[in-house]
Design a binder for this molecule. Structure first.
Ligand code: HEM
Length: 362
């Protein structure tokens, strides 16, 4: 027999709506008007964090199959796109909280110490599920980022550092791309020539650009040297792995080459979905970056140069974290190695043939 559901109970609204306990009125004092907004906003964030974790776990689960059934890729993309839709909502929620002025916040701020969003278990789990490099994490007054968490939460977060990540699952999926081998055709040599020609042409444009002063010209020419240098690591697995060990690259050599191939030959039908996947992950990274920046700005305007209730340098810590705590930076670098379509090496016929969709009309 089907249960009779009641809206209020189904949504657990007794529990949810009883969970806004104002610290300002705890000891019989007058409630600080804006504290309700402060709590509701944080709770709304945590609910969305829960949804994001739910989607991430599902995506990692699917991508971790070897091989991934291609029919599942639509769903993987759909779920990642859902996260990307949630992110602007989070940024917008900060705007609502910004209607609370610094003085309004001071009405109850001191009663929060030492609690801080720094202790958000779910946010740390999201970061680790994405694949944030633990070695890159900023310390807080010389201590580990879990040092402000309860023992139970710290244990969960630390355990999550060795659990499967989206970056790891992406790496394995890319590295399995069957199109990295081209038989007798030396694709990567042809591609290297195309990029070298392109870099030389760009270098000439800078060298002869009459609108540049000498200092800017030299800076730009130096930047070309860096591009040439990093480009060389693409073809040298050992150097690539050294960069990876230093945390300057995150994807394996195979995975990066596969991602590059996908982005260069995105017009080939078999690469449409993988290319969308790469773009979606770039959007995801941008979305989290936007979240971090919006939060840092909110903190700057609300507490100025004060330290946070969790004891960090406040907005300065948050701005530095926004710069450092990125995950899919390798995917942004693919653009550095793009060449115009008409200068790309032609793929051998048999490879191109494999990249087509096959449809046999009956
Ligand atoms: C007036 C509002 C807010 C202020 C003044 C504020 C302040 C801060 C400060 C100063 C930090 C750095 C740690 C510390 O020293 O405490 C921090 C971290 C954090 N806050 Fe907020 N916050 C506010 C609202 C929010 C909201 C609505 C969320 C949503 C959940 C949030 C989530 C976080 C997270 C996840 C961190 C850790 C960031 C990281 O380590 O990269 N904060 N907050």
């Amino acid at each position: 027999m089907q249960r009779v559901r009641y809206y209020w109970d189904y949504l657990g609204l007794d529990e949810v709506l009883a969970a806004q306990r104002l610290a300002s009125s705890e000891d019989g004092g007058d409630p600080a008007h804006d504290e309700l907004l402060f709590i509701v906003t944080h709770q709304a964030f945590e609910l969305w964090f829960k949804q994001i974790l739910w989607e991430l776990d599902a995506v990692i689960g699917t991508l971790s199959q070897a091989p991934v059934d291609e029919r599942d890729m639509g769903q993987v993309l759909h779920r990642l796109e859902r996260i990307n839709e949630i992110q602007p909502l989070l940024v917008q929620q900060f705007a609502v909280l910004e209607t609370m002025t610094p003085l309004d916040f001071l009405d109850f701020r001191d009663q929060l110490i030492p609690a801080s969003g720094f202790q958000s278990l779910q946010f740390r789990l999201i970061e680790n599920r994405l694949g944030l490099d633990p070695a890159k994490r900023m310390k807080i007054q010389g201590s580990h980022y879990t040092s402000r968490l309860s023992r139970e939460h710290a244990a969960r977060v630390e355990a999550s550092e060795s659990e499967p990540t989206l970056l790891g699952a992406l790496d394995a999926w890319l590295a399995r791309t069957p199109f990295l081998r081209f038989g007798a055709f030396d694709f990567w040599a042809a591609y290297r020539d195309a990029v070298t020609t392109m870099i030389e042409r760009d270098r000439q444009i800078v060298a002869t650009n009459a609108n540049l002063d000498e200092v800017s010209r030299q800076q730009q020419l130096d930047a070309f040297e860096t591009t040439v240098e990093t480009f060389a690591t693409l073809f040298d697995r050992e150097r690539w792995e050294q960069l990876r060990a230093q945390g300057r690259r995150r994807l394996s050599h195979e995975a990066f080459l596969a991602a590059l191939l996908i982005s260069l030959y995105r017009d080939e039908p078999a690469f449409h979905t993988p290319h969308r996947m790469l773009r979606t992950l770039v959007d995801l990274d941008i979305g989290f970056h936007a979240f971090r920046n919006a939060h840092a700005q909110l903190v700057h305007r609300t507490i100025g140069g004060r330290i946070g209730t969790g004891g960090t340098a406040g907005h300065e810590y948050l701005e530095a974290a926004a710069r450092r705590h990125r995950v899919f930076t390798d995917l942004f670098d693919l653009a550095t190695y793009s060449v115009p379509r008409d200068e790309l090496p032609e793929l051998p016929d048999d490879v191109r043939d494999q990249l087509r969709f096959r449809f046999q009309p009956s």
